[in-house]
Ligand binder design. Structure first.
Ligand SMILES: Cc1cc2nc3c(=O)[nH]c(=O)nc-3n(C[C@H](O)[C@H](O)[C@H](O)COP(=O)(O)OP(=O)(O)OC[C@H]3O[C@@H](n4cnc5c(N)ncnc54)[C@H](O)[C@@H]3O)c2cc1C
Length: 299
């Protein structure tokens, strides 16, 4: 690991040994990673992934850490964070965004240019890479509607490639990237449509107000813990089973929004996973619906 760190540093890539993962995820949970890596350009990102493979060190890619749960005993290997890989440039009716760019920045920039279509993204605490990978969405809209092209790096075949339109294979909170862990998103193009600035502002304000009114934003979480099952709403099923407020250690089914599991203070990953297991078991027993986790565990 030390040799890998030296090589990365020699190539100008920022690293941190024994890095507390709890500081890099919205859940504020997790042990330490042997190494954290912070590339600042697409070339550095590719270099970091190549060096990890060359040195036989396992690597995980993390954007803003808002949909992941880091394990209590951390990560043996390198966690490559995209937070410093930021950049947003204007294109006709849209943008080109590096993978670490906050999704909310696109929403803001779109509003300033009176472009409509990204209002849904204003309150999602995602990076562009994480949002494309998860096909993040809200208020009936999702990334699939605005993403036209993504440049990625296929670590297995050591090649860059470009995905266009349907090649992203977007589905509900998923994309082709879910099945291709060796593909790393570098940059994405987003196309919006000309709109009316006041209407865009109004829609954005309403989306943020709705989020504040319905989501437990006062506690750390990773958003919805479970995907929406066909024909149901996970939060409603959980609430109907009387599980609001169900708690193990510091992890609790939110009393405000039963779809969220929140860290009420000192929660461990084990606490969160115990709550998730119990919720799945009870909901399945009571309703016959098997909830599928939306949160991804990094261990
Ligand atoms: C308060 C709160 C509210 C939320 N509301 C919503 C909502 O309304 N709608 C919604 O869809 N989600 C919501 N989420 C969940 C989360 O914000 C989204 O899933 C988001 O898309 C995750 O982005 P991220 O950058 O944080 O990704 P991360 O959590 O860092 O990673 C998610 C996955 O993407 C992969 N990944 C990230 N970047 C790359 C890359 N460059 N290349 C390859 N793989 C990559 C990771 O390996 C991981 O598998 C919410 C979360 C919170 C905490």
């Amino acid at each position: 690991m030390e040799r890998l760190r030296t090589v990365l540093q020699k190539n100008g890539i920022i690293t941190k040994s024994d890095c507390p993962l709890s500081r890099h995820g919205t859940f504020h949970i997790g042990g330490n990673a042997d190494l954290a890596v912070f590339p600042e350009t697409a070339d550095q990102m590719i270099g970091a992934v190549r060096f990890c493979r060359e040195f036989g060190v396992r690597a995980a890619i993390v954007g803003n850490g808002s949909n992941v749960l880091f394990a209590d005993d951390g990560f043996r290997g390198a966690v490559i964070f995209t937070v410093r890989l930021r950049g947003l440039s204007d294109e006709p009716n849209g943008f080109r965004a590096l993978c670490g760019t906050p999704l909310a920045a696109i929403s803001r920039a779109a509003k300033n240019r009176a472009l409509s279509g990204a209002e849904f993204a204003c309150g999602i605490p995602a990076s562009v890479g994480g949002a494309v990978s998860m096909n993040a969405g809200a208020h009936g809209d999702e990334m699939a509607e605005i993403v036209t092209e993504t440049e990625c790096y296929d670590a297995e075949h050591d090649r860059r490639m470009t995905l266009r339109g349907g090649e992203h294979r977007f589905g509900y909170r998923t994309s082709i990237f879910a099945g291709c862990p060796h593909w790393i998103l570098l940059e994405t193009r987003i196309r919006l449509r000309a709109g009316n600035r006041e209407e865009i502002e109004e829609k954005t304000r309403a989306n943020i107000a709705r989020r504040r009114a319905t989501q437990p934003l006062e506690f750390p979480s990773a958003g919805s813990a479970f995907k929406r099952p066909n024909g149901h709403f996970a939060a409603k099923l959980i609430e109907d089973c009387g599980l609001k407020g169900y708690r193990v250690g510091g992890a609790e089914v939110s009393r405000k929004h039963a779809g969220f599991i929140v860290n009420r203070g000192g929660a461990t990953a084990r606490d969160v996973l115990s709550v998730m297991d119990h919720v799945r078991e009870v909901v399945f027993r009571e309703t016959g619906v098997l909830l599928e986790p939306e949160i991804r565990v990094i261990r």
